[in-house]
Each structure stands twice: as C-alpha cells, then as structure tokens.
Design a protein around this ligand. Sequence first.
Ligand SMILES: [Zn+2]
Length: 471
Amino acid sequence: MPMKTLSRAWFRSPIAALAIATVCVATTGAQTRVTPPKNKYTPEQDVQIGREAAADVRREYPIIDDPQIDRYLDLLGRRLVEAAPSELKQPVFEYSFTPVNLKDINAFALPGGPMFVNRGMVDAAATEGEVVGVMAHELSHVLLRHGTANATKAEGFQLGALAGAIAGAVIGGGWGQAISQGSQFGLGTWLLKYSREYEKQADLLGAQIMARAGYDPRDLARMFETIQKQGNGTPPQWLSSHPNPGNRSQYIADEANRLRVGAHPDDSGFARVKQRFTTLPPAKSMADLARSGGGGRTEGSAPTGTVGRDVPAPSSRYREARGGRLFQVRVPANWTAVSENNAVKFVPENGYGEWQGQTVLTHGVELGVARASSRDLGAATETLVEAFRQGNPEMRVTGEPVAVRLSNRPGLGTPLAGRSALGGAERIGLYTVLLADGNLFYYVTVVPEAQARTYEPAFTRVLQSIRLSDR
Ligand SMILES: [Zn+2]
C-alpha cells in the first residue's frame, strides 16, 4: 500500500513563490552570455538532492539496461559535458545519462547531473542532433543550477524536503486535466518546472554547447517543433515543464548565426540505436507505470480502462479501502485504487490513464498529503490552490471556500473549475484538513461538468466516509 510514511509527504510541496527571476542575458560580441541565477545552495547540495531523487527514479522507472544503448547515450552526454563552459562545470557534479523504457516524449535532468532520457524522445527524433539538442538543453539546466535556483526563490523552503520534492515530482501521477495539464507528472513538479527566463537560458547555453560539440543548434529548435507536433493539440509533458518563452525557434536560429559549429561528430550510432530499441520489450507509458505500481503498489493492479471511452456511473455499492496507516474511506465498489507514494486515486473504468501523451484523471477522486505552507488551514489551502494553478493556469476558483467536517475535524471545501481532457468544462472539488503533524490532507474530486450531477452524491458520500488515523 502507498502512503507508507508521512515523512515523504512533502513532495507536493505547494511552493507558490516561483516568481519570475530577473536573469542576466547579455550579448557580448559573438555569443550571448548566460549567467546562472541567484542560488543559496551549494553545488554539493545539488549533488545530494539529485543523487537521492535519482535513486528513487531508478527504483520506480523502467530503466533500460542495455550496454549498447547505455554506451550511446553516455557518449552523447560526455560530448556535451566536454563542450560545456568550464566555469559552469562544477567539479563535484556527477553526470549520468540513463535511458528509460517509457514512450512518453520526455527527458529530465536532476540537480547535480543525473539525466534520464525516455525512449519516446529518441523515437520521436529524426536525427542525432535532435536528441543531442534536448540533452544539451537539459544539461544546461543542470549547469545553471536551475532546480535549486527555483528552491532559492521559494520562501521558507528546507533542504530536507527538496530531494523528496523532486522524487514526488518525477513519480507522482496525474491529477485531472485541470491539475495535470501544464505540469510534468502532477503537482510536485515545481522543481523540474522552469520559468520562461530559465528556458531561454537553457536554450541559449544549450545551443552554444551543441555548436562546440559539432552539432547544428537549429536541431534544438527542430526537436521542439517535433515535440510540439506530437502533442495533438495538448502540450506533451516535456513542453509543459519547459514552457516556450516565445519565438523559440527564432532566437535559437539567431544564436546559431553567431556561433561557429565545430567538426561534426560521427552520428552513425543513431540509426543503430533506434534499431536496437526495437529489440527491447515495448515501451510503457506513465499511465501504465502508475497502474502497475510505479511510485507505489496498486491495490490489485486492476486495469483502469481507456481514457476517452464511456465511463460507467458510480456503483451504489460501496467498499472499504485504506490509505496506508493514514486513512480509511468507503468508495463506490466499481472504482479501482491507483496508488502513488503520497496519494491514492479511486477511479472508475476509463476515468484515468494516458490521453494524448499525458496521464490524466477525468473522473474520480484523489486523497493524499501535501506539505502545508502554514498552520492556518485557509492559508495552507490557498498555497495549494496556487500550486495547482501554477501547473494549470486555466484552473480557477469558482466560489468562496466553505467550512466542512472532514473526519470530524474542521476542514475547508474549495470549488474549482477547469477544462476536461475530454473537452468541455470540468468540475473540481478540493477538501483540505490539517493533520496532527502539520501536513495538509487533501481530497480532490474531478468530473466533467456535464456528468457532475451523476457524480456529486458519490463524491459527498466518499467525503463523509473519510476517517483519518494520524492521531
Ligand atoms: Zn527547459
């Protein structure tokens, strides 16, 4: 069962203070000078945070263990590190380049150097230069220490919470379109979610590194365009956490014009590695991973169907379910549990899964724990809502929070609305209560507005059945 410990509960850290940093990007003659933003952490702390989070990723993700693919990614990565400006290469950093057997078009790098590249990203790339482009961009976030720079901006933040925050970000599942759209894997993504200023920095530095490594920086822009097209209208995960600062292709092309591209390396490995991928077991999606126990065990691992198909109404029969040692709840008997480290969803068939490259929850509930920003329930809830909105600007509060009883304690109910992954309006309910240890317990309900009337009685009945056992 999930929610093993509350000690990992801070991952959905609702840090709202991702204020836009003023970042120094000055043009000096040839190439644009890119200066790392303010950072109160040490490079050693970057390494520690990244190392712990990477251990979680390796445990939870389908890592590809294939010498040929490993060697290839490592070769590309080393070429880029080699070409990086020496003043940004922290001697303590530990670079690694790990292939993951996931089909979602994504790649991410953790503070201090660990980088993970999904098979889906390589599959989508037309040339080696395009893969290198994404890697150079990710490496630039590492070199500029953007993860801990984000944390520096976040007020009242403690280092202890950081590693888990990233792991949660990486491992956590999707939350309704209203919540998951625009965030990488859910709410806890604040550390891997970059501002437009940081994005531009990573693009420019990435372009410079590519050129020195012998690749045309325009391949970086081409890959972004490829990623954009794959979304089918919905932005793919990677673009959600790496927002387009605007004119991306244009300023990358401008920068490329200022750069001298080194001798082009042998890129014959690209075709061989693409071929090699086809000999592996089929790639999973993030939705498969969440169902099969990535980030925690699922109760029975029952399949949750296919998003987009008809979703059955809540059963009138209810069954008992548990969230680790933290809570008991009664849910409609036809809802399946999908568990993550700090949360569990209960979803009807076809109400949760992969949809246009993202993991979405269109119908159902989620119960979990977030780190509270305050001992005041109203303030802590506002911060949590703000964190939702960071991931999804379309989501909005639709009314005043109301007092509710949750497990016989004073709680708050906050009505929200968003846009359903299936199209049309989505109704979201957020219920919060403070736990004895100061964390925030939440209960979220998600349903398309058109079906709200069918679902509201079930949502209310689930709410009334929640029994917390934290004290
Ligand atoms: Zn980025």
